[in-house]
Design a protein around this ligand. Structure first.
Ligand code: C5P
Length: 286
């Protein structure tokens, strides 16, 4: 039996648009969005132990071990399956926190995939998705493993064809707390629901993110990033921010835009992915 998995990718996502259609009685919002996987990732190492303890071996600034979603994900799987095994987890963080890229949710999903394989707990993809929503509304998407049109609070998923392309992403250097954006009085919550047949695949980038105007008002640096990137294409915020992105024609166009920035933001290019890289890794078990 393989007792460890190293360098398990936890890729970021972009929300190609995000419409808020209502609010549930528990405060969660009903939304419609397209989740796009990109090739920019955190990485997780997971090692099985036989003492039943779940530990994180490294410090992650700003994230205490017990509240880390990877630790919570591992404990959730352990409880749900009554596994007697434990795990030592190491998280190599590159995705920003409070960036709207789904980093924490993706880390949690990768932990569930890795430990379900290592502990041989054998939960189906559907079952993993079902239990994972209690860790966060975006976690089921990362277990779904392919680009998706999402409804509900983000957990009702169906596969969708998205354009193969390159993106430029800006990290404007601010952390945006998701609850602050969703709970704001400035947020409009009544965008008319669309049907998936209403929009052709290459149109997604032209649709709005309803959370963007709120984040731009509360965090002027996000607004500046949108305006700067708008010179080059249709710039948009992902999730509840802070990151901003635009689609570009090819890699060299992305490089050109990145070299034109002279300030303090972090800019990088990313390629769209069609499938979660953990799916391939678990098939080859390297
Ligand atoms: O589920 P997650 O922990 O990622 O959500 C963080 C917060 O964002 C929630 O506590 C809630 O305030 C808000 N949220 C929401 N509607 C969603 C997703 C998140 O109101 N669909």
């Amino acid at each position: 039996m393989t007792l460890s998995l190293t360098r398990c990718p936890a890729p970021a996502k972009l929300n190609l648009f995000l419409h808020v259609n209502g609010r549930r009685s528990d405060g969660y919002h009903l939304l419609q969005t397209v989740f796009q996987l990109i090739d920019h990732s955190d990485y997780l190492d997971a090692e099985v132990t036989d003492d039943g303890c779940i530990t994180r071996t490294n410090d992650v600034p700003g994230v205490p071990e017990d509240s880390d979603l990877i630790v919570r994900a591992a404990r959730l799987l352990q409880q749900h399956t009554n596994s007697q095994l434990g795990a030592r987890l190491t998280l190599h963080k590159t995705l920003p926190m409070g960036g709207g890229l789904g980093g924490g949710s993706s880390d949690a999903a990768t932990t569930l995939m890795a430990l379900n394989a290592l502990w041989q707990t054998g939960l189906s993809q559907q079952e993993l998705m079902r239990i994972s929503v209690q860790l966060g509304a975006d976690v089921p998407f990362f277990l779904f493993g392919e680009n998706a049109f999402a409804e509900g609070i983000g957990e009702e998923l169906q596969p969708v064809q998205t354009p193969d392309c390159w993106y430029v992403v800006i990290e404007p250097g601010v952390h945006v707390p998701t609850p602050a954006i969703f709970s704001s009085d400035l947020l409009t919550r009544d965008t008319k629901p669309v049907k998936i047949t209403d929009f052709p695949a290459d149109e997604f980038v032209k649709w709005k993110n309803d959370l963007q105007s709120v984040a731009c008002l509360l965090y002027p640096e996000v607004d500046k990033a949108v305006k700067w990137l708008n010179q080059f294409g249709a710039a948009k915020m992902t999730g509840s921010g802070a990151c901003v992105f635009c689609a570009v024609s090819d890699e060299s166009e992305a490089d050109k835009i990145i070299t034109q920035h002279e300030g303090n933001w972090k800019l990088w290019k990313a390629k769209s992915l069609n499938i979660h890289p953990m799916m391939k890794k678990l098939q080859t078990k390297d």
